[in-house]
Design a protein around this ligand. Structure first.
Ligand code: ADP
Ligand code: MG
Length: 150
């Protein structure tokens, strides 16, 4: 568990994670209430990976594609997904079969269709600031988590 005092702390931790990520396929689920900081965390990751413009919340488009240092990065926001089956029409297999990095907000909405992530990031409100918990689902993610806590 890591305490994030303010927005900058969220961005800094995301940047720390960015340099630890493998270049092979890797998926991250981000859970937390509205306003918990999921998109902020994604913005920190994308910027640390070389993205310089704005980061749009793909609330209506469901997914936003980035190409950063020749790597495909997909940012999903499944908040408005009506049915997990809708993901099948997006051709999600393609997103996970290449060496893509996928960052998925509201993964609960894709339950039963979305594959298990490598890493789950849970963000929670505190009286002031946020608290973040990392749950690794792969050996690679376990190593990353150890480094994140140092
Ligand atoms: P979500 O995508 O989870 O709905 P956003 O990232 O869009 O949340 O919004 C989170 C809000 O909380 C933003 O206004 C952001 O500046 C703020 N925020 C992010 N991290 C922290 C933090 N550690 N402490 C306080 N506020 C934060
Ligand atoms: Mg969001």
């Amino acid at each position: 568990m890591i305490f994030l005092a303010d927005e900058q702390a969220t961005l800094d931790l995301a940047a720390k994670l960015a340099v630890l990520l493998p270049v092979s396929a890797f998926s991250i689920h981000l859970k937390g209430d509205l306003g918990a900081g999921k998109t902020t965390f994604v913005r920190g990751l994308l910027q640390a990976l070389g993205h310089s413009g704005k980061v749009k919340s793909p609330t209506y488009t469901l997914v936003e594609h980035y190409q950063l240092n020749e790597r495909d990065v997909y940012h999903f926001d499944l908040y408005r997904l009506a049915d997990p089956e809708e993901l099948l029409y997006l051709g999600i297999e393609d997103y996970f079969s290449t060496n893509a990095l996928s960052l998925i907000e509201w993964p609960e909405q894709g339950k039963g269709v979305l594959p298990e992530p490598d890493l789950l990031i849970s963000l929670n409100y505190q009286t002031s600031g946020r608290q973040v918990t990392f749950t690794p689902y792969s050996a690679m993610a376990e190593q990353i988590c150890e480094k994140l806590h140092n």
